[in-house]
Design a protein around this ligand. Structure first.
Ligand code: PMT
Length: 223
């Protein structure tokens, strides 16, 4: 193999927020900037992987060497990720995918009226969950953006989404989560162990996650 520890491997990464349309001028979204996902993409390229980056709308330059697929909605992101899933050896879901979208998209701009206005929402597809059902040998890493009971929620996601690892961050903590250049994460693994990482740059977090992924392959090869 030439070079890095991920040479010959393809990594599929989802990053950034999604946008769920309300009408031609409005949408629902969240605070994700894509920094965490783009950091993983950049480090994976450095480790020699082929990187497929499926990204919601962000203001970042994609890392050189990554293949970028721009998407808007959760449904677009699902379709793009599904399209590349079979080529992937590793799937990492860092995207903050909307869990709900407006049930009806208004064709014209909604007009102000007297009184309150309710917005009816429906569930979007859970990309990580659905790809977890289609897994055939991929190492799957999910994230968990939590504000409370982190371990319980992260472990729940680990089993429900058929993931090999869940990287949990407390998004209420200073220096962690949305927008920051740093993060504070705990990596929950399928074997029941957890790795607590102190505050570090998102690139360092990325290197730690990818080192764990490399370990997964080493374990498989030694069986
Ligand atoms: O982009 P940054 O500003 O750098 O911020 C980084 C981050 C906070 C977005 C990132 O570190 C993070 O926590 N990403 C996951 C955000 C999230 O939506 O978490 P969740 O707990 O709701 O989802 C759990 C997992 O399922 C995630 O891997 C998510 O990508 C995935 N998911 C969720 C819903 C959905 N419909 N489809 C999914 O694939």
């Amino acid at each position: 193999k030439n070079g890095g520890e991920l040479a010959g491997r393809t990594v599929l990464i989802t990053a950034g927020p999604t946008r769920e349309k309300i009408d031609p001028v409005r949408f629902l979204t969240n605070h994700s900037t894509g920094k965490m996902g783009y950091a993983i993409a950049g480090e994976a390229v450095k480790m020699g992987a082929r990187v497929i980056l499926v990204s919601g709308p962000v203001n970042l330059e994609p890392p050189k060497g990554a293949e970028l697929f721009k998407v808007e909605s959760a449904e677009d992101m699902y379709q793009a990720a599904l399209e590349h899933f079979d080529e992937a050896d590793i799937m990492i879901g860092t995207a903050a995918v909307a869990d709900y979208r407006p049930k009806y998209i208004y064709e014209e701009k909604m007009k102000k009226k007297e009184g309150d206005q309710a917005l009816e929402l429906e569930r979007t597809r859970d990309i990580l969950f659905e790809l977890g059902q289609k897994k055939n040998g991929q190492v799957m890493v999910g994230f968990a953006a939590e504000t409370n009971d982190i371990e319980i929620h992260a472990k729940g996601k680990l089993s429900r989404k058929n993931a090999d690892m869940i990287v949990a961050n407390n998004v209420k903590q200073e220096g962690a989560g949305f927008g920051a250049d740093t993060n504070i994460v705990t990596i929950y693994k399928k074997d029941g162990t957890a790795i607590n990482l102190p505050l570090m740059s998102k690139s360092e977090v990325a290197r730690n996650i990818l080192a764990e992924v490399v370990q997964c392959f080493k374990k498989d090869e030694s069986l």
